[in-house]
Design a binder for this molecule. Structure first.
Ligand code: HH2
Length: 272
């Protein structure tokens, strides 16, 4: 189960985390939601389409992305966060900066999504102090600019699993109430690594924490389908995510909430 915002999600049914990128340069939707009005409209739409959680990010972490200064990230994020917190669904904040995370948690964000796997000890301390669960995601180095140069593994599943286990234990030992594990698809990983992680996702699920996957519109989907435009990669994304659910994933981080909600309805009817 997952406790968020005073609610308990049993995780018998997978949850959909709707992505809201408040950036000019995200790989699939950069610039669409820079205007706070448009961002709020999209947040409302995702809730209506069936999002269980909203994930707000104001810095692209695509391969090679330039870092965004703290003040700029806060300027993009905080006004929209305030409005989205009133929509009645749990809100996650996607940031790797403790200064941004602290402001967001003070305002009432319910989940900390740090793509660096809580590399900075201050992130662990913040999740513990504010009593919120944290997503522990794998990336080989905590730097989107440099990560693809580190896409070298002997056994990617074993290495990712060992990292997640160690970071989860550290966080829980420091008082973080719960962790969600994420293999970090595309973060310092090539197609072969992403496929191995998906095929053997059950090995990460076996660590005993809820598992989140984020393959939405990513390059892996483009490579498998031949679809160049990330915004058109919805069908491949749904297929990959349903496979992840079969392997035990319980949270899907997606741009296309409606398509995933419809797919999950069919899936759930079949599985009972
Ligand atoms: N992927 C992205 C960003 N945050 N967080 C988690 N936990 N897992 C992911 O796989 C993940 C993530 C990248 O996707 P997106 O936010 O659409 O793009 P960008 O980083 O360009 O804004």
């Amino acid at each position: 189960m997952l406790r968020l915002d005073g609610k308990v999600f049993s995780l018998e049914r997978p949850l959909l985390m709707g992505i809201l990128n408040l950036t000019p340069d995200s790989f699939s939707d950069g610039g669409l939601y820079l205007d706070p009005e448009k961002a709020l409209e999209r947040a409302r739409e995702m809730v209506a389409e069936g999002a269980d959680i909203l994930d707000l990010g104001a810095e692209s972490t695509r391969p090679g992305a330039d870092p965004v200064p703290v003040e700029e990230e806060k300027r993009r994020l905080l006004p929209v966060l305030e409005a989205v917190l009133s929509l009645g669904v749990p809100v996650s904040v996607d940031t790797r900066k403790p200064e941004v995370a602290e402001e967001a948690l003070k305002m009432g964000a319910h989940l900390l999504n740090d793509v660096t796997g809580l590399w900075d000890e201050r992130m662990v301390a913040l999740a513990a102090r504010y009593g919120v669960p944290a997503v522990v995601m794998h990336m080989p180095v905590p730097d989107p600019k440099a990560m693809m140069a580190h896409a070298r593994y002997q056994d990617v599943v074993a290495e990712v699993k060992a990292f997640l286990k160690a970071q989860a234990e550290k966080a829980l030992g420091a008082g973080v109430p719960q962790v969600v594990l994420d293999p970090g698809f595309g973060f310092g990983k090539l197609l072969e690594h992403n496929l191995a992680l998906l095929r053997r996702l059950d090995e990460i699920v076996a660590l005993g924490h809820p598992v989140l996957v984020g393959l939405s519109r990513k390059r892996t989907i483009g490579e498998l389908t031949g679809v160049e435009d990330p915004a058109q990669r919805v069908h491949g994304s749904v297929a990959a995510h349903l496979f992840a659910v079969l392997k035990g994933a319980r949270i899907l981080r997606v741009h296309d909430v409606r398509a995933h909600r419809e797919a999950l309805r069919v899936w759930e009817a079949l599985w009972g």
